[in-house]
Design a protein around this ligand. Structure first.
Ligand code: NI
Length: 538
């Protein structure tokens, strides 16, 4: 991309017109997915990419701090030629550096005393190849270029039985649509999996891991640009974390009983251009699964005159404007609650008017509505009424006679905010609902379709669910949209503190009792072995 753009006389003329000819050799010309806009003869049907230019005033500088506003280059990648250079306006390039390393931000503070995590007897998990066993959990770790981390055959041991929970779980898509009308950015709606390949962009944690304690790494293998196998050493990190209190109670004699919580963390980080995303799966001792996306890196910026009013962006440094945008992930949960024959239900609280059913006005209840078909199972969250989705075994009952199940608990933040007549709405239609459920069909893996790049849209979930297949006691896949809507703030500059978004998948009527009653008192087994240690149990 860099070579193609820099060879263009029109682009060079545009740089010169702006007085930026000194930066031509060192600047950064980004390759960016172009979106889709019907009727454009030089775009539709051609493999095109848009390029924006960023200055690198000094070697090693953060380019994202120096956007050349209004200079957009359309490149045909197959012909390797510039199709069109759009040169609009003449906004000065912001000059303040956006570097964040200690060489410019240091010296490092010295006030933090060490925290050391030690596991003298090693970790509590066992690994054989890609098969993991940790406490009651068993799972298989997979990885591919598009989805990144994939978990397979996840089960929870109950007594002497490994009970299935998930057949396969992954984050197969993510859309980053921008809410900006400016010519330089209105077209931005990146599919970070389908267009950029999350797994292909995975970090090698051999070069810097952020986890503490005893860590097990898994290498990843993906295809490179010429279809050769490429190894990403130590792409996936697995470790255990203390997680505070699992449960506690002080009885009426004043005697406390405490058990500590712990979780197994399976994670990887992908860097897609300016942004970095962490994908963290957490497994808890009580049968809960949590997924957490961590967004960090550098917010995408354009330029404007310092102090300009902009309804679509925040000025985070003089002349640096970061547009409002969303990061909406899709989780694909191929559920298997005690087997593949499952049902899905919506549960939410219901208030009852004072009267015959509620004589004292205090009462409330909940509704439990089975979603029997794919059209019924396209839902929005409703946090005011604690709306959750329950997936249940169609055959197995717990010991009080109720179907065994798990709850998908959403955060219920904003879905896609683009208008229904926008191309982003058609292309990322999965992101317009918090929940979709489909009948499992081989090959249905990507919620925006297999090839979202330059696609007109309505592929994937909206297309498959036209069949309106039954969800009544069959093999069900849940698709959950969640994520961040980001009005950038000055504190996000020049590198963004991690922001979090995710969901919980929790047993609900799956186990007959709290499965952590046999945890050692007060914490880990080494503590429990110490006679006379009465810190946490009397
Ligand atoms: Ni963001």
């Amino acid at each position: 991309m860099d070579e193609i753009v820099k060879a263009s006389p029109d682009w060079r003329a545009a740089m010169k017109r702006r007085g930026l000819e000194d930066y031509i050799d060192t600047c950064y010309c980004t390759p960016l997915a172009p979106g889709f806009f019907p009727g454009r003869e030089d775009e539709v049907g051609h493999r095109v990419v848009r390029s924006l230019t960023y200055l690198i005033p000094n070697p090693g500088d953060n380019p994202w701090a120096h956007p050349v506003e209004g200079l957009i280059v359309l490149v045909n990648l197959i012909d390797q030629r510039v199709v069109r250079v759009e040169d609009r306006g003449n906004v000065p390039v912001p000059t303040q550096h956006g570097n964040y390393g200690l060489e410019v931000r240091g010296p490092a503070r010295s006030s933090l005393k060490p925290i050391e995590i030690t596991q003298p007897d090693g970790p509590s998990f066992a690994v054989e190849g890609n098969q993991v066993q940790w406490e009651n959990w068993k799972l298989h770790i997979g990885f591919n270029a598009k989805e990144g981390l994939v978990l397979n055959q996840v089960s929870f041991r109950d007594g002497d039985e490994d009970r299935p929970v998930l057949t396969r779980a992954s984050i197969p898509e993510m859309i980053v649509p921008y809410g900006d009308t400016h010519h330089t950015r209105y077209w931005i709606s990146y599919f970070d999996a389908g267009e950029y390949l999350l797994g292909q962009n995975a970090n090698s944690l051999a070069l810097g891991c952020d986890c503490l304690g005893v860590i097990h790494y898994f290498d990843a293998f993906v295809a490179d640009g010429s279809c050769k196998a490429r190894k990403i050493p130590q792409a996936v990190c697995m470790h255990e974390e203390d997680y505070g209190i699992q449960w506690r109670h002080t009885d009426h004699h004043g005697r406390p009983d405490v058990r500590r919580s712990r979780r197994l963390v399976v994670s990887y980080f992908a860097t897609v251009g300016n942004y970095d995303y962490g994908f963290f799966w957490y497994f808890y001792l009580d049968g809960s699964i949590q997924f957490e996306a961590k967004a960090t890196g550098i917010v995408f910026a354009g330029a404007n005159h310092p102090g300009a009013e902009d309804p679509h962006g925040t000025e985070v440094a003089p002349g640096v404007f970061t547009p409002v945008h969303q990061h909406i992930f899709s989780a694909r949960l191929d559920v298997a609650i005690d087997g593949e024959d499952n049902t899905v239900h919506e549960i939410e609280m219901r208030q009852i008017p004072t009267g015959h059913e509620n004589p004292f006005g205090n009462a409330f209840t909940w509704d439990d509505t089975q979603l029997k078909t794919e059209s019924e199972a396209q839902r929005l969250a409703n946090n005011e009424m604690n709306r959750v989705w329950s997936v249940r075994s169609a055959h197995r009952k717990n010991y009080v006679g109720k179907p065994t199940g798990y709850w998908l608990i959403p955060e219920g933040k904003a879905t896609l905010l683009a208008q229904p007549d926008s191309t982003a709405y058609a292309r990322a239609n999965f992101a317009t609902k918090h929940l979709w459920a489909t009948q499992y069909t081989a090959g249905e893996l990507y919620p925006a379709g297999d090839y979202p790049n330059q696609h007109a849209g309505w592929d994937g979930l909206p297309k498959w669910t036209e069949a309106d297949r039954s969800l009544n006691g069959t093999d069900i896949v849940l698709w959950h949209s969640f994520g961040f809507t980001h009005i950038p703030r000055t504190e996000d500059w020049p590198v963004m503190p991690v922001d979090y978004s995710g969901f919980w998948f929790k047993p609900h009527s799956f186990l007959d009792q709290n499965p952590t009653l046999d945890l050692p008192s007060g914490g880990d087994s080494s503590r429990a072995k110490q006679d006379g240690d009465t810190c946490c149990s009397m």
